[in-house]
Write a protein that binds this ligand. Structure first.
Ligand code: BDP
Length: 720
């Protein structure tokens, strides 16, 4: 081993010990490689760098490579100016346009295997000199390849004999910001909105570039800037000019911007007396507005719309259907290649209608009626981002409509930014659910990728968890959820555990003693959350306003948690079988049969689909009441186990991040107990059964838990 390397490795160790980490760098930390032989082998692959830059995107790719190599290898590669100067150990990156010499390599013909945004990373020989090539058909493909290449090094993989070809499986990989124009974020728990509207477009905060880098590194290519509970003024010229500033920053990173469109905008800001989609003046207004937008933002992505839902205006206000409303916007965007995401999150407030069936009932009959550039976008489940929901039955039921799926990355119903809950497992559970729409194996993921029927349109959307907090997501582990969402939007068939391993290696360390406990924590965390909040298919029993903390007792004339658990002295749960609301019928057989039949319904969805007496016997042989109690106690125990696992990391990772997570885990334990005791004491009033004596008994009365004020949701101000 060369002396230089040894000195470098010693320096790295010292730096690691003193370096305070605040989480800002996310998974792009590019920490020095400590393993000396690995370091040597990596350095040999980067004797020289040949990345001709002819566009802003290629410039960004080169800059990232240099940043990464400097950090990982503490080394500046020699820059090569032309193909003729290539030497052994050169890293080459580009497209056939930026690198004409590529045409003469063995890599060139493999480019056919890629889609527009795909990339190749290959070990090759050029005139007998061993080189590594990152190649793509487009500049953005090169940038994605560069990020992947750096990821290989960050996760300490061998760079010998590389032959990677990768293309995204979904075309639109979207973040749907719920940012209000006043700087707050609806259901955001990591500070205020990243967009500083006051200073845009003249001042472009450098953080926007870091945001774009992070998103490009996981393949995100679309960002909706503002809240689905839209303000019409976001489409006013002065606001469009501001938005164009963000578009300029994001463009080199392959990210298009989108805006939410308030359906009543022609009335609110257009001076018309109607927003009726059938009115010629309205149609013309949207066409003119779209033309204006493209004049300012030539690569504008399109609109996201929440219509006739939770008080938002929509086409139904004029007796028109969702399809007619969506197509109005679709037609205006079509000449410019823009698209519409039309949300299917709709429900009636009438208490006699089961909320679970309404989205399907409204949208299924419209299959085939949406324009070619229109997505229908249901949430992952039929209620509303609950800790666990069965997949939305619209997936697999609208074969002739491009369907996008919306996940929530921000933890509105999963402990906000206070609880460590790895959502990769939740995402995977939904994506790999089998709809049986086209026989066995028609998973939700396959439905999303169903190009044949959807004019090549495919998409995944996530409501992000980012804000102005120094570490972006409030809880450091929120970063993992953002990361996991991005990776799944690129390839929805990835496994949550593999993604978690990538993230941990890049965010903390590749060492087993660090990796292993963190992976265990992450893989158990979502089930733990379900256990201490809403086990056995319970849902929507959280606090009415903030959506954090237990409130199964909430009951007012407008909203009652009783609609969701229907607890009585005899039974609990909602009958959604054919004897009840019939929600099970919205699934294809055999999913329908599985959910409808009590004997085959998975216990994780038991009370979602079935209403059962307290003495109902679970598979364990225990009564429903005792089983419920077990879950709640298990959840709290799991959080304690997560704490113990985390404690093993003391001294093995930097103190700053260690303490941050340790403190939040303590907080999580307290909230888990609050949930457990609050819910069990409430349900016990009805079940009339004891909490078995082997368990630590609730320290307080139900009254006490009911009087705990819900922590002020300081930034997620519920603004409609
Ligand atoms: C609910 C949120 C609300 C959103 C709504 C939506 O509580 O803040 O506006 O979903 O998705 O879950 O439109």
């Amino acid at each position: 081993m060369k002396t230089r390397s040894i000195v470098f490795v010693i320096m790295c160790c010292l730096i690691q010990l003193v370096r305070a980490e605040n989480g800002y760098e996310l998974w792009l930390r590019y920490q020095p490689i400590e393993d000396a032989s690995l370091l040597d082998s990596y350095r040999q692959k980067h004797i020289a760098l040949f990345v001709p830059v002819s566009s802003d995107t290629l410039k960004a790719a080169k800059k990232e490579l240099q940043l990464g190599l400097r950090g990982l290898l503490n080394y500046s590669s020699q820059e090569i100016a032309s193909w003729n100067e290539l030497k052994e150990g050169t890293l080459i990156a580009g497209t056939p346009r930026s690198l004409p010499g590529l045409k003469d390599t063995d890599v060139y013909r493999k480019l056919d295997r890629l889609t527009e945004e795909g990339y190749l990373i290959a070990s090759s020989h050029i005139e007998k000199k061993a080189v590594t090539i990152i190649a793509a058909r487009t500049d953005i493909g090169v940038l994605y390849g560069v990020f992947r290449y750096l990821q290989l090094m960050q996760t300490h993989q061998s760079l010998a004999h590389l032959d990677i070809a990768d293309s995204p499986k979904l075309k639109y990989r979207m973040l749907n910001h719920w940012d209000n124009l006043n700087g707050t974020v609806e259901r955001g728990y990591a500070g205020y909105s990243l967009w500083n509207w006051e200073r845009l477009p003249r001042y472009k905060d450098p953080r926007y570039t870091d945001y774009a880098r992070a998103n490009a590194s996981i393949g995100i290519n679309g960002i909706v800037l503002n809240n689905v509970n839209a303000e019409a003024k976001s489409l006013r010229t002065d606001w469009l000019v501001k938005a164009s500033g963000l578009a300029d920053v994001f463009r080199p990173y392959g990210i298009k911007i989108y805006l939410t469109a308030k359906f009543s905008a022609p009335k609110e800001i257009g001076g018309l007396d109607t927003a009726n989609p059938k009115d010629e003046r309205v149609r013309q207004w949207w066409k003119d507005k779209v033309k204006e937008i493209y004049g300012l933002i030539p690569d504008f992505g399109g609109f996201l719309v929440k219509a006739n839902s939770e008080g938002q205006p929509g086409p139904q206000d004029y007796g028109c259907s969702h399809a007619e409303g969506a197509n109005l916007l679709g037609e205006a965007l079509e000449p410019y290649g823009g698209i519409v995401f039309w949300r299917a999150f709709v429900y009636q407030n009438e208490r006699h209608v089961d909320r679970v069936v309404t989205g399907y009932n409204e949208f299924k009959p419209l299959d085939g009626q949406f324009g070619k550039n229109v997505f229908v976008q249901p949430k992952n489940g039929p209620i509303d981002f609950q800790p666990r929901e069965p997949f939305h039955p619209l997936f697999g039921s609208m074969p002739d409509t491009p369907l996008a799926m919306e996940f929530q990355i921000t933890q509105e119903n999963l402990g906000h930014a206070g609880h460590l809950v790895y959502l990769g497992t939740l995402f995977e559970e939904t994506l790999q659910s089998d709809t049986y729409a086209n026989g066995k194996g028609t998973t939700v993921s396959k439905v999303l990728q169903n190009y044949q029927h959807t004019h090549g349109m495919s998409a995944l959307a996530g409501v992000p968890n980012v804000g102005t907090d120094l570490n972006w997501t409030g809880h450091l582990f929120g970063q993992a959820n953002w990361y996991a969402f991005g990776r799944l939007s690129w390839n929805p068939d990835m496994h949550a555990t593999d993604i978690a391993a990538e993230w941990v290696k890049m965010t903390f360390s590749t060492k087993q003693e660090v990796l292993e406990p963190i992976l265990r924590i992450m893989s158990m965390s979502r089930e733990a959350y379900v256990n201490y909040t809403m086990p056995l298919g319970l849902n929507h029993i959280m606090n009415y306003d903030t959506h954090n903390g237990p409130e199964p007792w909430h009951n007012d004339p407008v909203w009652t948690a009783f609609d969701y658990h229907k607890v009585t002295k005899d039974s609990i749960g909602v009958d959604r079988t054919m004897q009840g609301s019939g929600a099970t019928r919205q699934y294809h057989s055999p999913v329908f049969d599985k959910f409808d039949d009590l004997n085959t319904c998975p216990e994780s969805y038991l009370l979602w689909f079935h209403r059962l007496p307290w003495d109902y016997k679970l598979k364990s042989g225990k009564t429903l009441w005792n089983g419920l109690v077990d879950h709640y106690y298990k959840g709290v125990e799991e959080v304690r186990q997560m704490q113990r696992l985390w404690d093993t990391l003391k001294g093995k990772i930097d103190n700053e991040r260690f303490r941050h997570v340790a403190t939040l885990l303590k907080y999580q334990e307290q909230e888990a107990i609050w949930w457990r005791d609050g819910c069990l004491l409430f349900f016990q009033q009805y079940s009339g059964r004891p909490i078995p004596s082997q368990y630590e008994q609730p320290a307080h009365s139900l009254k006490y838990y009911q009087s705990i004020p819900f922590p002020y949701d300081w930034n997620g101000v519920y603004e409609h």
